[in-house]
Design a protein around this ligand. Structure first.
Ligand SMILES: [Cu+2]
Length: 495
């Protein structure tokens, strides 16, 4: 049984700021010398609360989360990902899952840059893993708009365990266009990396098992403690002025419903793939696993107060607002940037893709499927480079699934309720109501979309960047480890 974190006193520890990675050197690419990072994955002792003992995590640095990579648009970086982990896992590997079977090494890693437009060889294909003692060198061109990305493990059949263990960190791309807006920056900009975990009383990470012999996989993981930058219920001292927060939901399965404290004015300015066209006033922020939100919170009217930010009912972060009047030269312009709408008429193809699941006799989920097709079947999503497609994500399950495509960015067209029973029996879509436009906070470029149950979620995608073998998958990590992942084969454009 996991330990109840409600017995710990909240807001004792200051919010940590993840370290910024420093290049180990420089390496040439395209006639330039570019930063070359070396990240070593190893077991660390990490403490989430001062009254809970430190325990084993896996990380890319001396703490959790791993160091943040700060990149500039148009300036590529090299990264060596070095696997120096132990050869046995400390979490329950399920040998019946595809890619994790008997004979396959228990500890394997391959790093994916989530939201990065990178060549296929550096994308972190799930089967291109390496074992302790090996390393892999990737090149990230950063030839894309400023945005909040993140890096994390993607190893076939075990990435839910590797991320849970701590193998993730932030990757920020900046550019001059965004800097010219004079948004809050420097010490007034904070990443908020959010993830749920459970612990034993001695501080060890607790990941439950199904109870089925030989098949420990569970369909979703929900922890009872929400960590912010690796700390349980920390506090942050702020001045009565504007701050920029880059939020990432790095949870395995949990959808976050964050409530901003009353009295704080919050504008969402960006989403997965950078700035929105215009700021959107929000009282709460909803994030599916892997989604990001970029917000500016103004504490000017809250001098001297202590305010709690909550997820559903639990306080997860306390703001301690200083007193007095401060000079705040940051601003949030009414127009942030142009986000040209992709036109449906430009799509050369519409794909209808189901999100489904297979159940055991007793009704519990056995595995999840995209379009009824296992990972091992030949690629069926084979768009041509340079073309635009519409994907209709038909969700016949009872859960929302955050669907992520590697390589590309896309826009949400709409969501529309349909008759699930008719679809299951006859395979035809009958709509039950009008289509709903995306929320204003989803109106920018996305790389992960919430596909709601009983809805057809339509996205429009332009396949840009590189041809090659990528993947698309559900970002509930327990789902993608159990078949809710498919190859995405971007074919060279016809000459
Ligand atoms: Cu899913």
């Amino acid at each position: 049984m996991p330990f109840d974190p409600g017995t710990l006193t909240p807001f004792l520890d200051p919010l940590p700021r993840p370290a910024v990675a420093r290049p180990a050197g420089f390496r040439p690419a395209g006639g330039r010398n570019l930063p070359h990072y070396r990240f070593t994955m190893r077991a660390i002792a990490h403490q989430v609360h001062r009254d809970l003992p430190a325990a084993t995590w896996w990380s890319f640095g001396p703490s959790f989360p791993g160091p943040t990579i700060e990149a500039r648009r148009g300036e590529g970086v090299w990264v060596d990902w070095i696997n120096a982990l132990p050869s046995t896992h400390f979490l329950p590997v399920d040998r019946t899952l595809d890619g994790a079977g008997p004979g396959v090494p228990e500890v394997r890693t391959v790093v994916h840059l989530h939201g990065g437009r990178v060549p296929a060889a550096s994308d972190g294909y799930p089967e291109a893993w390496h074992v302790p003692g090996q390393s892999h060198r990737d090149f990230y061109p950063n030839d894309q708009d400023a945005a909040t990305l993140w890096y994390h493990d993607h190893a076939m059949g075990i990435h839910r365990l590797n991320l849970f263990a701590g193998l993730l960190g932030l990757y920020v791309i900046r550019d001059a266009e965004e800097e010219a807006l004079r948004l809050p920056a420097g010490e007034y900009e904070w990443p908020l990396i959010l993830c749920d975990r459970s612990f034993s009383r001695d501080g060890r990470l607790f990941y439950p098992t199904s109870g089925l012999p030989g098949h420990p996989w569970i369909p979703e993981y929900f922890g009872n403690a929400l960590l912010v930058n690796g700390r349980l219920a920390p506090y942050l001292e702020v001045a009565p002025r504007r701050y920029r927060f880059r939020l990432l939901n790095a949870s395995n399965s949990r959808f976050l419903h964050l409530r901003w404290p009353e009295g704080v004015t919050v504008l969402q300015i960006g989403t997965d793939q950078g700035l929105l066209p215009a700021p959107v006033a929000v009282a709460s922020t909803h994030l599916a696993p892997a989604e990001r939100a970029d917000v500016v919170a103004d504490f000017a009217g809250c001098a001297g107060r202590r305010l709690a930010m909550r997820n559903d009912l639990d306080g997860m972060l306390q703001f301690r607002v200083g007193g007095g009047v401060v000079r705040d030269e940051s601003r949030v312009p009414d127009r942030l940037r142009d986000v040209p709408r992709l036109r449906e008429a430009d799509a050369v193809r519409t794909r209808t893709l189901t999100l489904g699941e297979v159940r055991h006799m007793n009704g519990t989920p056995r595995r999840m499927l995209l379009n009824g097709t296992p990972w091992s079947a030949p690629a069926t999503e084979t768009p041509a480079l340079g073309t635009t497609e519409i994907w209709n994500l038909v969700n016949v399950t009872e859960d929302s699934h955050p669907i992520h495509l590697h390589l590309v960015r896309f826009q949400i067209l709409d969501r529309r309720p349909f008759d699930v029973f008719q679809f299951r029996t006859e395979g035809t879509v009958r709509y039950l109501g009008p289509s709903e436009p995306p929320e204003p906070s989803e109106a920018g470029w996305k790389d992960t979309v919430r596909a709601a149950p009983g809805m057809v979620t339509r996205i429009v995608i332009r396949f840009e960047g590189y041809a090659g073998r990528y993947v698309w998958h559900c970002h509930i990590l327990e789902h993608s480890d159990n078949e809710m992942m498919r190859p995405l084969d971007v074919r060279p454009s016809p000459a």
